[in-house]
Design a protein around this ligand. Structure first.
Ligand SMILES: [Mg+2]
Length: 328
């Protein structure tokens, strides 16, 4: 559902909260992805104005890929208390990469098509409600540590994967307007067509090594929590027995892609039957180290937090317990 700005609501909320504002305001850097699905200049202006009721706010637009990472590295030195990633999961991922291992708190406002991490943190998906949520945080300021996953030298907040999921987001990213308009339905359609056109014909083959065990597969997904994504308001859990702050990751390997396997794996996303217990799936919890290698030397698409970032022939996953300070 697209977020809509309700100026009167935002102003009313900001005015009400300003009446009880403490003398010392925290410094907040709002990093805005102007190309995110539901972000507009007008909306940005209203949100920043509202946040200024309780925080000392600076706002800056991202101008290129990884710009949010560079801005966050700067924010560490400039004395900001909190960074707000206003965009989609990709903007939050870049910000997390810039704040890894430091005490500057990170939070987010929903501006993307999916906003998976916002939802996992309990931040409302309606922009007015989410802004109000951030305004109230000023009074119950309680930053906490969560784990950061790493794939080689790239951090992720909720998931990274090689294979089918990465191929799907790579194709979805090529059509941002369709993604904005049709959201999860577009992802679902692309997932099915990617599978039937590519995975039935020539799936990538990979060896996954974890804890002395080797498994061969066609797709590997590594997660920091149990939810991989959302369909509408419905969480789609894949990994099991893993939490954002347990110091470990969960991993799921799809071992085979046959005309029966993928539809039944995808079907399980919507059923009480866990994906992790599918007969063609190997699932591990308490993962701290995992390595994926292409079996035939072919390049495999890699996604981090829902953004395709390139093709690789091997990838090493690890976890940084408590690597990110969040406030939500
Ligand atoms: Mg974890």
């Amino acid at each position: 559902m697209p977020a809509t700005a309700r100026p009167a609501d935002l102003e009313r909320v900001a005015d009400a909260l300003a009446l009880t504002a403490p003398a010392k305001r925290r410094r907040m850097l709002v990093i805005v992805n102007p190309y995110a699905s539901t972000v507009s200049d007008r909306l940005k202006g209203l949100v920043v104005q509202a946040l200024a009721g309780r925080y000392e706010v600076d706002a800056v637009d991202t101008q290129a890929r990884d710009h949010a990472t560079a801005l966050c590295r700067g924010a560490r030195d400039e004395g900001y208390d909190v960074v707000v990633a206003f965009g989609g999961d990709g903007t939050l991922n870049e910000a997390a990469n810039g704040l890894a291992g430091c005490g500057v708190a990170l939070t987010c406002l929903p501006g993307g098509a999916s906003n998976v991490m916002c939802r996992m943190l309990g931040i409302p998906t309606d922009i007015v409600d989410a802004t109000e949520h951030l305004l109230h945080l000023a009074d119950r300021w309680a930053p906490h540590r969560m784990d950061l996953g790493w794939v080689d030298d790239r951090a992720f907040t909720f998931s990274a994967g090689l294979g089918l999921d990465a191929a799907v987001v790579e194709r979805v990213d090529r059509h941002p307007r369709l993604r904005t308009r049709f959201g999860q339905w577009y992802y679902a359609q692309v997932a099915l067509s990617t599978f039937t056109r590519r995975y039935l014909v020539r799936p990538p083959r990979m060896r996954v090594r974890h804890g002395g065990e080797d498994v061969e597969g066609v797709t590997t997904v590594v997660q920091n929590g149990e939810v991989l994504s959302y369909f509408g308001t419905r969480p789609l859990p894949v990994a099991q027995d893993v939490a954002l702050d347990d110091g470990t990751l969960g991993a799921v390997v799809l071992r085979r892609a046959s005309p029966i396997d993928i539809p039944t794996v995808m079907g399980r996303l919507f059923l009480p039957a866990p994906v992790a217990e599918h007969r063609q799936v190997t699932a591990w919890s308490k993962v701290t180290d995992l390595e994926v290698t292409s079996l035939d030397g072919g390049e495999i698409p890699l996604q981090v937090d829902g953004d395709h970032i390139g093709e690789v022939t091997r990838a090493r996953f690890s976890v940084q317990p408590g690597g990110l300070t969040m406030v939500a």
